[in-house]
Ligand binder design. Structure first.
Ligand code: ASP
Ligand code: MG
Length: 418
């Protein structure tokens, strides 16, 4: 993915999220920060999201027409949001006397696979952007989008402009990557739900990835995967102010950059209320049943967070799994058919659930974290529906109505005591 760098300036990739470009005034403020960086002598490539709630509004328009639009048309619709914000930002930068050009994902060389609405970046052909930077221009790139081998427009999934930014940083061999937004960093828990939540100074790629997957809405998880693969350290911080945010990097980088020696057990307690629990009840306890189920579900492009199989009552199993609630309509199109086909009793779709998790590299190292999680939830009188664990996390499915209390209890136990 990497172009050889011919610029002698440092290359800075900055990404501005939707809330940072929500209005023309916001855009002008971003333009000032970008212009300042340019004047300080950096070569600046800026990736932008769509203005404010534009993407949601576009989704809303499509829903007035159909519940199941073709993914191709969804991409055509949604990629337009970022084209608007990138061109306006470029104009605002030019108004400040700094030369700037905007580029669509296609023009910026963001090559993806052909999976509409959830495409993956395969390569960034950064030549054209590098030329703009070499010519002294600020390049403003429409995030969230790319182009497939068949030259179809694709989008990268909601929140995907983070991924555009990190991939571009790799493609340009940038010196620095900053994801700038309306929060000043990654927090130990969602501060809107947990008043004692604290800003995290740094975390590892693995921890961040786990937190992103488990619901920390600050970053698109693909962005972290790419950063981990290419070892790009990046910072998440405020767009309105130049205060230090949270670094996502290696331990070595954290030690070198800010002398951090800390060893934490738990890094954060993310939650996800945008999930649904699907149970295929009393399916035959035979080889091949799970394969059949998940083959069909996988082919729909439904992303499965985790799966639990509970042991047979009289030769049957309950196979239960967690998906994003946005995938429920798609799952419904096959659910009844599937349960018939595998010979099970019924499918239950429950959207009144949520996941709460603890994440940290210390979980594998320190015994007793699991016990503490379960004890804490028990003391708060919260019933655990399902449990899933790995070296990096412990996740519990609970009733949606109990999520907030559970989160506060876990945060209290791991971050606010002692
Ligand atoms: N505009 C897209 C969204 O709202 C992409 C992004 O903001 O990163 O999901
Ligand atoms: Mg976003």
């Amino acid at each position: 993915m990497t172009e050889t760098k011919s610029l002698d300036q440092t290359i800075l990739v900055q990404k501005y999220g939707g809330s940072s470009v929500a209005s023309v005034d916001h855009i002008k403020r971003v333009a000032e920060r970008v212009a300042r960086c340019h004047r300080e002598g950096h070569a600046v490539a800026v990736v932008v999201s769509a203005m404010g709630k534009t993407t949601d509004e576009l989704v809303g328009l499509s829903k007035q027409i159909t519940d199941l639009p073709t993914p191709r048309e969804m991409d055509m619709l949604l990629h337009a949001g970022e084209i608007i914000s990138s061109s306006l930002l470029s104009m605002a930068i030019c108004e400040l006397g700094v030369p700037s050009r905007s580029f669509t994902g296609l023009q910026a060389g963001m090559r993806t696979d052909d999976a509409h609405t959830r495409a993956r970046i395969q390569e960034v052909q950064g030549g054209r952007i590098l030329k703009a930077l070499e010519a002294g221009q600020v390049a403003v790139i429409a995030g969230f989008q790319g182009v497939s081998p068949a030259l179809e427009i694709t989008t990268l999934g909601r929140g995907g402009s983070d991924t555009s930014a990190v991939a571009l940083a790799v493609g340009l061999n940038a010196d620095r990557c900053e994801i700038l937004t309306d929060v000043d960093g990654i927090y130990t828990a969602d501060p809107r739900l947990v008043s004692g939540a604290k800003k995290i100074e740094w975390c590892s790629y693995d921890e961040m990835l786990e937190m992103a997957v488990l619901g920390a809405r600050v970053l698109h998880s693909r962005s972290v995967e790419i950063a981990r693969k290419y070892k790009v350290p990046f910072m998440v911080g405020l767009s309105q102010q130049e205060t230090p945010g949270t670094w996502v990097c290696t331990r070595e980088f954290a030690q070198k950059e800010f002398g951090s020696m800390e060893q934490v057990v738990v890094r954060g307690v993310p939650h996800n209320d945008k999930v649904a629990k699907i149970s295929f009840d009393r399916v035959p306890d035979q080889p091949g049943i799970a394969a059949k189920l998940f083959e069909t579900i996988g082919a729909l492009g439904v992303n499965i967070h985790f799966i639990v199989q509970a042991q047979s009552h009289e030769g049957t199993n309950d196979i239960t799994f967690i998906i994003s609630d946005e995938d429920v309509p798609r799952l419904r199109t096959v659910a009844e058919d599937l349960i018939q086909k595998v010979g099970g009793q019924e499918v239950v779709i429950d959207t009144e659930v949520a996941t709460i998790s603890v994440v940290g590299e210390g979980i594998a190292r320190e015994p007793g974290v699991a016990a503490q999680v379960f004890k804490t939830l028990a003391e708060a009188n919260i019933n655990i529906d399902l449990i899933s664990t790995s070296n990096l996390m412990i996740t519990c499915v609970v009733a949606l109505a109990q999520m907030e209390a559970g989160l506060q209890a876990l945060h209290g136990a791991f971050f606010e005591e002692g």
